[in-house]
Design a protein around this ligand. Structure first.
Ligand code: GLU
Length: 554
């Protein structure tokens, strides 16, 4: 190796670097974090494309829990992968922070709405060119990276040839045409202004194996890499592969948690980590979020195009509480979470000991019906105030008219939202805030309609007579027993039995039962056959509204 020539090549490629810009200087600038033994440093590294989907939240939650579950001084940080400026959308970073924040996920360090926070930045890859170039220069000087002048057309030709010869695709072996180019020739080309990329010089032999331990997938074994993949693109910006190694090393990530789609290029990364002389972090390759395709009945990847629940916007628009989404994702992320939850009903999910090794090896199945059940349970356990706040906050963004109705009479809304809460069997009416309005519309005269029919076995005249009589009997001061006794008296008077046992044994022996009578009152008051405890509903509505509803049907 001709060091003088390589130095000349490197300084042509990176004229901005001085002799002081060494990997050792980076090591000193970004030292080991000195955390406690069990502490973990994790990150998410999204591209600022403006789209946020469930997979992003799922991954972020795993990272956040791994960092914060293992030790008090764990670090979870945000790095922005903006190496592809064509895909960058203005405001995308703010959106990532805002959306994850809405689910209670915040960062200890990294990119923020106003600049960077932390000592291991910059945290936006476009601001890190110099750091990549310093490492690239070291690789060039050590003979582990070289400039490649192939045009798109050259690479396409090689690809065609590989296809015809049924060979592996890529830049390797005889196809790595600039790998052994004379350094003087490379210098001349760069001086002449030719465009080039920087490639890694692989020393791997695919006939040999690499053994690897993934925290989720367990022991893996794969052929060594032999691809001379690109480290820096022609504009000097790194590829994912190079940025991943440089950033995760100098940001001192201890656990790289990323999607399993990166397993195929893991052999590249392993070789590059070693070539750079960096200690490899632990890796956790997470399974993708899957779902059962309704048409084919087969398991498939969740798709932004086919599944509305794939985008995070869906949860905001429908008004699912953040708690519900997190709770469900926790069940998908850690196999022993549900068992822990049933023993720790009141605890925050943050008390659960999250372990990468308890993450599923194959795709996590997202089931919307199951998720709705989880959300119903979460809402059922909330006090009325929390439900009120959740609905109002959602309505302010999505249904201004309903928000006004709710806030105009806060005490009324809170009173009816309190019905059926608490106790052993709370009502589980709604899974999200957008469903609340249709459940509670009957509390408001403007929205009240008769949605269900009155029981058909009671003739209309008799029904009206019963309602008229009931108006005279109804007393808001009655407690539940008093209320029931009056309905019973009314039923018996009109020949509708209150002996449910006898009725069930021989329904034909009776005109009907007390259920018909209470349903008549229920439909008159709420417009529907299904409602929370009617006595309480009437109490909350107030005597004037109750009497008006009854007389309207009498
Ligand atoms: N931007 C990459 C992705 O979204 C990050 C992968 C990683 O976490 O290393 O897939």
């Amino acid at each position: 190796m001709d060091t003088t020539k390589l130095l000349k090549l490197a300084s042509l490629m990176f004229p901005e670097l001085t002799d002081a810009d060494t990997v050792e200087s980076l090591e000193a600038m970004f030292p080991e974090r000195g955390l406690s033994e069990n502490a973990k440093v994790t990150r998410i590294a999204p591209s600022p494309t403006g789209s946020m989907h469930l997979g992003n939240l799922y991954g972020a939650l795993a990272d956040e829990r791994i960092a914060h579950s293992a030790a008090d001084d764990g670090v979870f940080y945000l790095r922005i992968e903006n190496t592809d400026d064509k895909r960058e959308v203005p405001g995308a970073v703010e959106k990532i922070i805002k959306y994850l924040g809405a689910f209670g996920i915040s960062f200890d360090e990294g990119a923020t709405n106003d600049g960077d926070m932390g000592n291991y930045g910059p945290y936006r890859q476009r601001d890190r060119a110099k750091i990549y170039h310093i490492v690239a220069r070291k690789l060039i000087l050590e003979g582990r990276a070289y400039p490649c002048f192939c045009s798109e057309a050259d690479l396409e030709n090689a690809h065609k040839m590989q296809e015809e010869n049924k060979e592996n695709f890529g830049y390797y072996g005889k196809y790595a045409v600039h790998r052994d180019m004379d350094i003087d020739e490379a210098i001349a080309k760069i001086e002449a202004g030719e465009s080039y990329v920087l490639r890694f010089k692989s020393m791997g032999d695919p006939s040999k194996k690499v053994d690897f331990k993934d925290q989720i997938k367990g022991k893996l074994s794969f052929p060594q890499n032999d691809q001379d993949f690109v480290l820096l693109k022609s504009d000097g910006i790194p590829t994912y592969h190079f940025a991943h190694v440089v950033d995760d090393h100098f940001m001192r990530t201890t656990d790289v948690v990323r999607g399993e789609e990166w397993l195929s290029t893991l052999p590249w990364h392993v070789e590059l980590w070693i070539a750079c002389g960096f200690k490899m972090p632990r890796f956790c390759h997470t399974a993708q979020v899957m779902k059962l395709d309704e048409e084919t009945g087969t398991k498939r990847k969740m798709s932004k195009r086919k599944d509305p629940e794939c985008t995070l916007g869906f949860y905001f628009e429908k008004g699912y509480p953040a708690k519900s989404v997190i709770e469900y994702l926790m069940t998908l992320l850690n196999s022993n979470y549900e068992q822990w939850r049933s023993a720790n009903k009141e605890a925050s999910y943050k008390e659960f000991q999250f372990k990468a090794s308890n993450m599923g090896n194959s795709g996590a199945m997202f089931d919307l019906a199951k998720f709705n059940d989880v959300s119903k349970n979460i809402i059922a356990a909330m006090p009325a105030e929390e439900v009120y706040d959740g609905v109002v906050e959602w309505a302010k963004e999505n249904d201004a008219e309903f928000a006004k109705i709710l806030t105009d009479n806060e005490a009324y809304a809170k009173a009816y939202l309190a019905i059926g809460r608490g106790g052993k069997k709370p009502r589980k009416d709604f899974a999200c805030w957008s469903e609340v309005k249709s459940f509670v519309s009957y509390y408001y005269d403007d929205m009240f309609t008769l949605e269900d029919a009155f029981p058909e076995n009671v003739p209309a005249e008799e029904r009206k007579a019963m309602l008229a009589e009931y108006i005279t009997m109804y007393d808001p001061a009655d407690d539940n027993n008093g209320w029931f006794e009056k309905v019973k008296t009314l039923s018996e008077k009109y020949g509708y039995t209150s002996d449910m046992k006898a009725y069930k044994a021989d329904p034909d022996a009776f005109k009907g039962s007390i259920t018909d009578v209470s349903n008549i009152i229920r439909v008159a008051i709420t417009g529907r056959l299904n409602s929370p405890d009617l006595c309480t509903v009437m109490n909350v509505m107030g005597v004037d509204r109750v009497k008006a509803r009854l007389s309207a049907q009498a």
